[in-house]
Design a protein around this ligand. Structure first.
Ligand SMILES: [Zn+2]
Length: 127
């Protein structure tokens, strides 16, 4: 294995571990949301704020899960961590925050400018 393959393999293991953690958290939250549906209409729902917080957290976890799964697919296709616009490696710090990043920071800025002007045409092979 080359050092790049080894690094990718480690990254994949890390992402898979995180995915399992996120899946466990989602299951737990869904369970807790399900458990509190028995509401007395007269009394209102004292847990409403708590449940809204859980629902927001659940949405955040689900979007994280999508990022992780997109990243894992990109690893399988050999596209992970490579900017799809300029072909340069995407910095690991960026991938940590956004595992499914497909653009380096410079290209992201460029693309956002183009989007604002309505000039951006996304690549057809989007993950
Ligand atoms: Zn780039």
């Amino acid at each position: 294995m080359t050092s790049r393959e080894e690094a990718l393999q480690r990254e994949k293991e890390r992402l898979e571990a995180e995915r399992d953690q996120v899946l466990a958290d989602i299951a737990m939250l869904q369970e807790s949301l399900k458990g509190e549906v028995d509401i007395d209409a007269e009394e209102g729902d004292p847990d409403l704020i708590e449940r809204e917080k859980s629902a927001a957290l659940l949405a955040a976890l689900e979007s994280r899960l999508k990022s992780i799964e997109a990243a894992l697919r990109a690893i399988d296709k050999g596209q992970y961590g490579i900017c799809e616009r300029c072909g340069q490696p995407i910095p690991p710090e960026r991938l940590e925050v956004k595992p499914d990043a497909t653009l380096c920071v410079e290209c992201q800025v460029e693309v956002e400018k183009l989007i604002k002007r309505g000039l951006y045409r996304p690549p057809t092979n989007v993950l």
